[in-house]
Design a protein around this ligand. Structure first.
Ligand code: SF4
Length: 315
């Protein structure tokens, strides 16, 4: 079972395409600091996070820590530090931002299987959907990780501002030149704050075309496509509940980590329960008996849900 665990919604960045509608903390204006703190108060405490972690580690699940920035707070750092004692490194991933990398973070990241940074475009290319400096920070930190011997993966979300062949060629060239070992291409989910940006979503034909183009790249960096892109190719089916779940910062368990409304809650029908108070085995057993999740769908349930919702709302 793969678990994507968004440890926090708090983040030093404020991307317009953020799935979890992250709370921005870089700015020191009182209002922003207060609202981030208010949000932080809704998240699980360190003790609760460690309880959840123990439950997941005892089941030998694979965990990808995400956010917000999952290493922004010291207590989340401690959660990731703890998991390195309980699970082998190959079962641990961290998807973080390039902001405020420290020697302590680099030391910790040496003990995990893979560390991911989003890189939607090189800094010289305009992208109004990522804040200025975001990609530059990812690049600097990726270089540090590679030099430190950390297995590093770049992640690019495919939407209308990023999907051009020129943009992808430039990113790939940079990744190869800087010895970044892996590059994963992600489908765009118009969820969370990005729900307002559904118009950026490529068509299935555009996704298929760009995947074909990317398969022609044969440099140092190995290319992967997110499972939901492979679903468009009809070679995979939806793993929700059977092979993967998501956990949100307040402990809500969701059938799919991308089924997120603009308040970082699961979409209707995706919420399975809440940790640590609910029994995870019971949650999963119950969910797998629901006809909806008893077998793998041949389509992405989250995208299908968003399309239905947008149609009903006349968008
Ligand atoms: S609903 Fe879509 S994104 Fe979620 S697990 Fe299924 S295929 Fe993946």
């Amino acid at each position: 079972m793969d678990v994507i665990w968004n440890l926090t919604r708090v983040c030093p960045w404020d991307c317009a395409v953020c799935c979890v509608s992250a709370f921005h903390v870089c700015n020191t204006t009182e209002y922003i600091v207060q609202s981030a703190q208010k949000e932080k108060d809704k998240e699980l405490t360190l003790a609760e996070k460690l309880t959840v972690l123990k439950i997941l580690a005892d089941k030998n699940f694979e965990i990808d820590f995400s956010g917000g920035d999952p290493l922004y707070y010291d207590e989340d750092f401690r959660v990731v530090e703890q998991v390195t004692r309980w699970l082998p490194s190959r079962k641990i991933g961290v998807s973080m931002t390039g902001s405020k990398i420290t020697d302590a973070k680099l030391e910790l990241l040496k003990k995990v299987g893979i560390v991911e940074f989003t890189l939607d475009n090189l800094p010289e290319r305009e992208n109004p959907f990522r804040p200025r400096g975001f990609n530059f920070a990812s690049m600097i930190t990726m270089k540090k990780c590679v030099t430190t011997g950390i297995k590093t993966r770049a992640v690019t979300v495919l939407y209308s501002a990023t999907i051009s062949e020129k943009n992808l060629e430039a990113i790939y060239r940079w990744l190869c030149e800087n010895n970044v070992s892996e590059w994963e291409l992600l489908r765009f989910y118009p969820v969370g704050r990005a729900a307002k940006l559904a118009k950026l979503t490529p068509s299935n034909l555009e996704y298929l075309k760009v995947m074909k183009f990317l398969r022609g790249f044969h440099g140092f960096t190995k290319i992967f496509f997110q499972h939901s892109l492979r679903i468009i190719e009809k070679v995979l089916k939806c793993p929700a509940v059977i092979d993967s779940i998501g956990i949100f910062p307040d402990g809500q368990v969701t059938a799919c980590a991308w089924a997120i409304d603009d308040d970082c809650c699961p979409f209707k029908g995706f919420r399975l329960g809440k940790l640590p108070e609910d029994d995870l085995d019971k949650i999963l057993d119950k969910a797998r008996k629901i006809p909806e999740y008893s077998k793998r769908a041949e389509f992405c349930r989250t995208i299908a849900y968003v399309r239905r919702k947008n149609k009903m709302e006349g968008k």
